[in-house]
Design a protein around this ligand. Structure first.
Ligand SMILES: [Ca+2]
Length: 428
C-alpha cells in the first residue's frame, strides 16, 4: 500500500522538474526592433557591424534572418540583457544556430554568458564571463566547439576535443549543464559529447596524489631478468679480432734487405666472437614493478556545485582572434534560447533549425548549379571566341603574307624617308 503515495511523490517531483522556464529567446523576427535589445560595445572604436540578414541562401526568407557579421577582418562585440537568474538546482540550456555561409577561413561562432553586472558598453575580450560556448574555426588546425567555464575566477577549457561543423550551412549548437555536475553538448540536436564537469575540466586539483612519504624500499628488486651466475665463459672463447691474412703471399720481387721483413696485411678474424656475456635468466628475487602508493590529496575539496552560477544576465557575441586578428565576416547567428528545459530546447531546435535546413540546402545547391551553368556558358563562349579568332587568322594569313611584303617595301621607303628626315630633325 505504500507504493502508491511513493509513485505520486515521484510523479509530482517529476512535474516540478519538468516545469520549464525560458530565460531568454531571440529570433530576430520583428524587423529592426532587435537594435533596441542589443547593445554594441564602445570599448573599441572600430568594431565591425552586425546586420539583420538571412544570407545568400536560406530556408525561409523571414524566419532565417539573424545577426550577420558584415565586415571582414574586424572584431565584433554586441550583447543583450535579460532578467538576472541563477541556474542553482536547475539544468541550464544554451542553444543557438550558426551559419558560416562565407566558407569561413578563421573566426569565432561562439557566445558568452555574462553575470548581470557586465557593463555592456565596455564589453571586451577580457570581460569576466560565466560560460563561453560555440564553434571556433581557424585554418585547418582549429575546428572545435569551445566549452569554457569560469570557475572561482578562472577560465577552464574542456579537456576533450569536440569537432565543430565547418560547412556553409546552418547548424544548431546546444549546451546542457545539469545540477548533478554533468553536461551534454549537442550539434544539430544530436549528442556529440557528454560527461562529468569534474572529469572533463580541471576545475579541482586531483583527488589522489602520490604519497610523498612513500619510498621504494632499498632492497626492492625490480630487475625482471639477471645474468645467469652459473654461466661461464667457454675456455676457447677468446680469439683475436684481427689476424694476419692467411691467403696473403710475399710478393716475388720482395727484397728483404731493401724492403724490410715482409708481413702479411691484417684481416678480420672469422672466429672472433666478441665480448662474452652470461645469458639472462629470470630473477628469482624479482618483486615486480614498484608502484608509488597514492593518498587523498589534502588540496582537494569536493564541490557539488561546480555547475552553479549565482548571476546570469547578459549574452554576448564577442568575436575575436588573438593571433591573426582576422575574422572573415558573413556568419549568421540566430534562434538563441536560454532555458532550464532540454526537451523544450530540442523541440525549438526541431521547429527552427530542422524545419528550414532542407530548403536552405536546396537553395544553395540550386545557386551552385546556376553558377556552374553560368561558368560553363562563359567557358563555351570563350572557346567559341578563341576558335573564331583562329579561323580569322588562318583566312588572313595569305593576305598577311602579301601585306608583309608590302610592309617591307613600305619600311624600306620609310627608312629612306627617315634617312632624309634625320638631318632635318637634328637641325630642329
Ligand atoms: Ca530568425
Amino acid at each position: 500500500m505504500t507504493s502508491l503515495p511513493l509513485l505520486l511523490l515521484a510523479v509530482s517531483a517529476a512535474s516540478v522538474l519538468a516545469e520549464s522556464t525560458v530565460y531568454w529567446r531571440e529570433q530576430f523576427d520583428d524587423g529592426d526592433a532587435w537594435t533596441s535589445r542589443w547593445v554594441e560595445s564602445k570599448h573599441k572604436t572600430d568594431y565591425g557591424k552586425f546586420v539583420l540578414s538571412a544570407g545568400k541562401f536560406y530556408g525561409d526568407t523571414e524566419k532565417d534572418k539573424g545577426l550577420q557579421t558584415s565586415q571582414d577582418a574586424r572584431f565584433f562585440a554586441m550583447s543583450s540583457r535579460f532578467d538576472d537568474f541563477s541556474n542553482k538546482g536547475q539544468p541550464l540550456v544554451i542553444q543557438f544556430t550558426v551559419k558560416h555561409e562565407q566558407n569561413i577561413d578563421c573566426g569565432g561562432g561562439y557566445i558568452k554568458l555574462f553575470p548581470s553586472d557586465l557593463n555592456q558598453e565596455d564589453m571586451h575580450g577580457d570581460s569576466t564571463y560565466n560560460i563561453m560556448f560555440g564553434p571556433d574555426i581557424c585554418g585547418p588546425g582549429t575546428k572545435k566547439v569551445h566549452v569554457i567555464f569560469n570557475y572561482k575566477g578562472k577560465n577552464h577549457l574542456i579537456n576533450k576535443d569536440i569537432r565543430c561543423k565547418d560547412d556553409e550551412y546552418t547548424h544548431l549548437y546546444t549546451l546542457i549543464v545539469n545540477p548533478d555536475n554533468t553536461y551534454e553538448v549537442k550539434i544539430d540536436n544530436k549528442k556529440v559529447e557528454s560527461g562529468s564537469l569534474e572529469d572533463d575540466w580541471d576545475f579541482l586539483p586531483p583527488k589522489k596524489i602520490k604519497d610523498p612519504e612513500a619510498k621504494k624500499p632499498e632492497d626492492w628488486d625490480d630487475r625482471e631478468k639477471i645474468p645467469d651466475p652459473d654461466d661461464k665463459k667457454p675456455e676457447d672463447w677468446d680469439k683475436p679480432e684481427n689476424i694476419p691474412d692467411p691467403d696473403a703471399k710475399k710478393p716475388d720481387d720482395w727484397d728483404d734487405e731493401m724492403d724490410g721483413e715482409w708481413e702479411p696485411p691484417m684481416v678480420t678474424n672469422p672466429d672472433y666472437r666478441g665480448e662474452w656475456k652470461p645469458k639472462e635468466i629470470d630473477n628469482p628475487a624479482y618483486k615486480g614493478k614498484w608502484i608509488h602508493p597514492e593518498i587523498d590529496n589534502p588540496e582537494y575539496t569536493a564541490d557539488s556545485e561546480i555547475y552553479k552560477y549565482d548571476s546570469i544576465g547578459v549574452i554576448g557575441l564577442d568575436l575575436w582572434q588573438m593571433k591573426i586578428v582576422i575574422i572573415n565576416s558573413g556568419t549568421i547567428f540566430d534562434n538563441f534560447l536560454i532555458t532550464n528545459d532540454p526537451n523544450l530546447a530540442e523541440e525549438v531546435g526541431n521547429e527552427s533549425w530542422d524545419k528550414t535546413r532542407d530548403a536552405e540546402k536546396k537553395m544553395k545547391e540550386k545557386q551552385e548549379e546556376e553558377e556552374r551553368k553560368n561558368r560553363e556558358e562563359e567557358d563555351k563562349k570563350k572557346r567559341e571566341d578563341a576558335k573564331e579568332a583562329v579561323d580569322e587568322e588562318e583566312e588572313d594569313e595569305d593576305e598577311e603574307e602579301e601585306e608583309e611584303r608590302e610592309e617591307d617595301e613600305e619600311e624600306e621607303e620609310e627608312d629612306e624617308e627617315e634617312g632624309t628626315e634625320s638631318p632635318l630633325k637634328d637641325e630642329l
